[in-house]
Ligand binder design. Structure first.
Ligand SMILES: Nc1ncnc2c1ncn2[C@@H]1O[C@H](COP(=O)(O)OP(=O)(O)O)[C@@H](O)[C@H]1O
Ligand SMILES: Cc1ncc(COP(=O)(O)O)c(N)n1
Length: 274
């Protein structure tokens, strides 16, 4: 059994964060371990409160798992503060994992899940350790300092991000809402790139899409897929999870992790070199 890890915040509403990650790992038959950076009081309508863990206790959780398990791949999600980022980075520097970094900043409802002053630590301490970084458009803008207004800006921002030491960046297109397609563009540090395109589903139930996508990449990497294979397989996973919503809650409802097994016919991801 392949062991993977998520280092992220808890979402009491079950749609994002640690809960989305563990559900994704489970559906993909990877054994999920978890390090909780913060508790959030949250539902589909928004975040009502945040209670961060101390950096020392984040370290203690990581060390307990690493002492006992052979972790194959891990992801980070909500890290909340510069102190937590520095603690996580210092431990990961000593290890040789495949690391997926989902640079979570703002929840769909608008709450800040990363303190503003933590962006420097993210850029300088954590990004150089990333096998793959998965920013949405607003996150890519903050990390790169480039305002993304048109297609060409995506490539400009990606190049700046790769210069920070990231091996691969997936520029997620979920926030480009005027388009018919949900297109993610993947750039590697060797200069190659490809696009993944799927039908944009008209739905408000997109809570946890980014968490689910990065957790799926982690699970597939843990199972031995190549980086490109893992990213493409994860796009299939999230597409099915969005296409078959559970219609839960009164706001932005969660994605459907069961859909990967239950709706194998939903497979319309187009991949092409860019
Ligand atoms: N309405 C949608 N239909 C299909 N795919 C979507 C939709 N919204 C987001 N996605 C996909 O979900 C994944 C997460 O993207 P995004 O929503 O941009 O991330 P985040 O949750 O971090 O904001 C990406 O693969 C993106 O293309
Ligand atoms: C604890 C936690 N982590 C991450 C997100 C981001 O969610 P999304 O994937 O919808 O951007 C969230 N809302 N809560």
């Amino acid at each position: 059994m392949d062991v993977v890890m998520t280092i992220a915040g808890s979402d009491s509403g079950g749609g994002a964060g640690i809960q989305a990650d563990l559900k994704t790992f489970q559906e993909l038959k990877a054994f999920g371990t978890s390090v909780i950076t913060a508790l959030t009081a949250q539902n589909t309508m928004g975040v009502d409160g945040i209670f961060p863990t101390t950096p020392d206790f984040v370290a203690q959780q990581m060390n307990s798992v690493f002492q006992d398990f052979d972790v194959k791949a891990l992801k980070t999600g909500m890290l909340f503060s510069a102190e937590i980022i520095e603690t996580v980075a210092a431990i990961l520097k000593e290890q040789d994992f495949q690391i997926v970094i989902d640079p979570v900043m703002i929840a769909k409802g608008g709450a800040s899940l990363l303190q503003q002053e933590a962006v420097v630590a993210l850029n300088t301490k954590l990004l150089p350790l990333a096998t793959v970084l998965t920013p949405n458009i607003p996150e890519a803008e903050v990390i790169s300092g480039v305002a993304i207004r048109k297609e060409e800006d995506i490539e400009i921002a990606a190049k700046i991000i790769l210069e920070k030491g990231v091996q691969c960046v997936v520029m997620k297109g979920g926030h480009l809402e005027d388009l018919q397609q949900a297109t993610d563009t993947v750039f590697f540090s060797d200069g190659t790139s490809f696009k993944m395109q799927s039908k944009r589903i008209q739905t408000k139930h997109t809570h946890g899409t980014g968490c689910t996508f990065s957790a799926a990449i982690t699970a597939f990497l843990g199972k031995g897929y190549s980086l490109q294979e893992a990213i493409i397989a994860a796009k299939h996973f999230v597409q099915r999870a969005i296409a078959h919503p559970l219609n839960l809650g009164h706001g932005h409802g969660p994605t459907n992790h069961f859909a990967y097994q239950e709706h194998k016919e939903t497979d319309e991801v187009l991949v092409y070199e860019s």
